[in-house]
Structure formats: structure tokens, C-alpha cells
Design a protein around this ligand. Sequence first.
Ligand code: NAD
Length: 457
Amino acid sequence: MGALGLDSVVSEARTAFESGKTRGFEWRKFQLEALLRLLQEKEDEMCKVLKQDLGKHRVEAYRDEVGALIKTLDNALLNLKKWMSPEPVSLPLIAIPTVAEIVPEPLGVVLVFSSWNFPLGIALEPLIGAIASGNAAVLKPSELAPATSDLLASEVPKYLDSEAIKVIQGGPQVAEQLLELKWDKIFFTGSARVGRIVMTAAAKHLTPVTLELGGKCPAIFDSLKSTRDKKVAIERVAGGKWGSCLGQACIGIDYLLVEEKYAATLVELLKEVIKKFFSNSEHLARIVNKHHFQRLCDLLQVQSVAASIVHGGSVNPEKLFIEPTILLDPPLDAEIMTEEIFGPLLPIITLKKIEDSVKFIRARPKPLVIYGFTNDEKLRKRIIEETSSGCIVFNDALIQYMCDTIPFGGVGQSGFGQYHGKFSFDNFSNRKPVARRSFILELSFRYPPWNAKKFQL
Ligand code: NAD
């Protein structure tokens, strides 16, 4: 589709928005129900394309994408009326007699760009928010998950209002053409590099943006005393590193921080759990494409990095598979420690004292999430008070993604703007304050001419 073609698709969405139809409760409810039906009726096809694009096992595809979206839709449908209702505001005495409320209004026509790693989830999760808030929307799925992109482009128009909700397929060229148009909001999930391009283009039209960017999420692993806590924690670390899209997850654990004296034990425990969970590689996802496969291989090929491998390291170019790999103290200036890994390589960085993890994290860009595995209240408090990140989770990983009451988003280099649940609704709304005064009471001191009598008041 040329730029002119894109223009007319987008103006059709604008006409639909301007008609006012997307604003009503019934329209929003109908679209959300239709999306729910789409997920339920096409579950098989969706799991199939996720297998095709990323090798995701059906259980993983359902848990992380189809099922997670159904949960989001159920929640949105349950709360839609409440979210749309004006919110009363309490006012200071000085304003009496006034009433005020916040009336959420849709923004208009919004653009959603999504990434390839959760090509269904990260495309539809924001779209649910955009629809719930009464917007018209254009979704551009990632070209790097082509089967999922095709499925969205063919199925979404069959279920949803195709005048107001559009799916446009394509890569950077199409994306750049879309960015030239005027939007009322751009919601972008992807890399910081493209995030900058998006923000620059948005500035031209003063379009507000939400940027959901990269992670490099550290996990602090304290030496837990109880055998059971230790076992559960190790399993959760393994799940948080390799269990979701083979580590190609923005909120996946990027690297571990641990005390020197505990590192050898930790490596052994991780090896055991890798054997237990991931012996059958068919249950694990694949690296998305040759380019990313090579990028990950290159990280490992630096001599000093290769020398730090203590488990795994084997790669299969035909299957685009890299086995769960552990590295002990790779150089901190190597790319594996300066860039987001986004794959199944787990560096373990040793520290003299676990408290040093706070300084370590503070010396680097603000991550999307900090994970802390600890029962030490003092350490927990320090992590909360002395670090900055999009989110902190203690004693588990990834679980926050499933909780609609936890706002999802980054800070600093990991992005800005939050969504999920009601936060998605707010993200795509203008929370418009409406104040109404009565004419009954009037205080003359607010107007000139000023005189001593007025000041004494
Ligand atoms: P990406 O930035 O390459 O692509 C994201 C989107 O931007 C795609 O739709 C793509 O088509 C589009 N795009 C690519 N080049 C463009 C250009 N020149 N101009 C305009 N648009 C362009 O990111 P990706 O590789 O798809 O995803 C991986 C990144 O996304 C990682 O950094 C990961 O951490 C991040 N991510 C973040 C979250 C989050 O919620 N914070 C979730 C998933 C992934």
C-alpha cells in the first residue's frame, strides 16, 4: 500500500471516530466482546501462528498471549461501565459552592506499533485499551512475526468494526509512512532505537506517545536460608529467564546478581532445574530469525565472554535454537552486559555483598523491572528506596504482567507511560476535568480595585 493508500485508510478511521459511534458504551462493549469471540473461536489458529513465528509451545502461547488477552478482555468488560463513568472530585473550601468531576473522553484516532516477541499479546493488549476508551485505532503488527501479522490482518476486520479499527501490515517503510500522518496518540512497543524515531515524528504534530521499551532487567538473588524457598526461587528464576519466548521477553530476567560465596551453589541449582524443565527443547520457543540468532551468537563469540560459560552454549542454526546458557562473571564492558540480551543467555555477576547490587543497578540505565529474591526486609527496603525501575517484583518473575491492577510500563531508558487494566483505559483517554459553579455565592475580594479592607480579609 502506498502513502496515499495509507492516508485513505487512516482518514476512514478518522471519519468513523468523527461520526461519534466509537464513543458509546454499546459500541465499545460490542467490539470487546467481538475480540473475545475472535480469541475463543480462533484459538487453534493463533497457537499455530505463534508456533510458526516463534516456535512457542501451545501451552506457552495460551498462557502468555491468548489466555492473557482473554483475562484482559474479561476484566475490561466487567469494569467498562465504571471506567467510563465520571469520577467525582473533592474540592477545597475556597471553591464552595462548586462541584467537579473527571469525565474521560477518547483521544481520537490512535496508532499502535507492536513488537514480534509477543506478537499477539503486545498488539492486542493496547488495542483493548484503545477500544475501551472509545477511540478509533490503527494497529501495525511486527513484520518479524509474519504469520501472526497475517492472521491479525485477515481476522480482525471480520470480527471488529472495520471502519474504525484497522490493521496495516508492513515493516519500517510502512511504519515511517504512518508516522508522517497526524495521530491523536501513538502507542509504541519496541526498541529504544525506534522509540526515538517515533518520538521525533510525533513531535512534529505534538502527538502524545507511550513508549514501552527494552528491559535489561536484573534479578538480585540473595542467599535464601530455607531449602523450600531456595527451590521455589530457583525455579522461578529459570521460568523468568528461559520459560517465556526463550528469554526474548522485555520483562524476562536479563542477568543475576549474587554474592561471590553463593555463586557456585547457584550455578549447580540452576543446572539441575534446567535439566528438569527444559530437557525437551520442543517445549521451548525459538529465536525469532537468523539476524537475532546471529546477534546472540556474536555476544557469545567474544573470547572473554565464551570463557565465562559454565553451562550450555550450544547453538543450532537450522532450528534457530540456543540452549539455556549460564555465564559466570563475563566482563562488564562486553556487549552481553551493556546491551539488552533478549535471548537465553544468563550472565551471573558476583558481588562481595548482596547489598552492592543496589549500587550496581544504580550505575546503569533504569530497567523495566528489578527482581529481588530475598527474605531480608532491610534489603527489600533498600531496593525499593534506592533504585529506580518501571516495577519491582520480589520472589517471582513475570507474574506482574498478568495482574491488571499493576500498571505496566518503564521509566528512563525503559520507556514511559503505563497500561494494563484501568491504566490502559486512562492511557488512551483524556481525563477531562469538568467544574460547575453555582451563582449563589460571590466574594468581592477576588476582583480589583484592591484596597486595605479587602486585604484585611
Ligand atoms: P523494533 O523497535 O525493531 O520494532 C518495533 C516496531 O517498530 C515494529 O512494529 C517495527 O515494524 C517498527 N519499526 C521498525 N523500524 C522502524 C522504523 N525505522 N521506523 C518506524 N517503525 C519502525 O523492536 P522489536 O525488535 O520488534 O522488539 C524488541 C524490543 O522491544 C526489545 O528491546 C524489547 O525489550 C522491547 N519490548 C518491550 C516491551 C515492553 O512492554 N516494554 C515488550 C516487548 C518488547
